[in-house]
Write a new protein. Sequence first.
Length: 123
Amino acid sequence: MRIGRRWRRLVIGAGLLALFAQLDRWRARGELRPAVQELARGQLEAARGRLTRLATRPGALDGAAEYWLGVCESLGGCPDVALRVFARLPAGYTFDPVGACHEAKANLAQGHLRAAERRLEQA
């Protein structure tokens, strides 16, 4: 009887942890949308603040927060910071044409011609 209670508590605890983790991911995705909209409106400082907070979270939305933060830094005229942020993306992260253009532009600003060319070819 005692072992059954322990297992039940363990299962309930694991279920609650999984539920809280999923809720946290949904909340993070909900915060990402306004940041991307702010970027589209040219509100770089607001987007940068929101994206920086999201990028510090574990998993960081599988790289989406870093991706858009890199785009934000590129739009803000900080190619060196943009490249550092893009470098944190998970291997194989898919760039859309906008992000590929911004990473290539940042690489060109740093004199990394081959890296810029490679990114544009992938896009």
